[in-house]
Design a protein around this ligand. Structure first.
Ligand code: THU
Length: 139
C-alpha cells in the first residue's frame, strides 16, 4: 500500500475519534510487514490524562492481535470540522511506544505535509538517541 493510500486509511480512522474535550481529531493507520492495516483514533476522557492517542490505539490493537512486525504508520489529525491535511506529528509518548516494537532505522512515519501531499520520516529521525529494548542490554 502506498503512503497516500495509508493516509486515506488514517483519515477514515479519524472519523471514529472521540475528542469532546480538545475537539482535535486524530486517526492512524498502522501497516504490518505482511501488509495488514490496523486503525486507531484518539479516545479522550473527562479526567483528561487517561486519554489515548490514535497511534497508540492502533499499536495496542495490533499487538493484541499478535502482530509484532511493523512497516509504517500514517497519521491524520486536525481540528474537528476541518480536513486533516496539516502536519500532525506523533507525541513523545507515542514515539516511545513505537520504539518498543519497531526498528527505528526502517520504521516510517507518514504525515500530511500541509500542501496536499505526504512526508515521510524514519522513527530514528523523530527519536534520535531513543531508548528502546536494546538499551537495556548494557551495550
Ligand atoms: N493526539 C493524537 O491522537 N495523536 C497525535 O499525534 C497528537 C495528539 C491527540 C491527543 C488528544 O486527544 C488530542 O489529539 C489533542 O492533543
Amino acid at each position: 500500500m502506498t503512503n497516500e493510500q495509508l493516509m486515506m486509511e488514517a483519515k477514515k480512522a479519524r472519523e471514529r475519534a472521540y475528542a469532546p474535550y480538545s475537539h482535535f481529531q486524530v486517526g492512524a493507520a498502522l501497516m504490518t510487514k505482511s501488509g495488514k492495516v490496523y486503525h486507531g483514533c484518539n479516545i479522550e476522557n473527562a479526567a483528561y490524562s487517561p486519554g489515548n492517542c490514535a497511534e497508540r490505539t492502533a499499536f495496542f490493537r495490533a499487538v493484541y492481535e499478535g502482530e509484532r512486525e511493523f512497516e509504517k504508520i500514517a497519521v491524520a489529525g486536525g481540528p474537528q470540522g476541518r480536513e486533516a491535511d496539516g502536519l500532525c506529528a506523533p507525541c513523545g509518548v507515542c514515539r516511545q511506544v513505537m520504539m518498543e516494537f519497531c526498528d527505528p532505522q526502517t520504521f516510517q512515519i507518514i504525515l500530511a505535509d500541509g500542501k496536499g501531499g505526504c512526508l515521510q520520516r524514519s522513527l530514528k529521525e523523530l527519536m534520535p538517541l531513543g531508548f528502546g529494548p536494546e538499551s537495556l542490554g548494557g551495550g
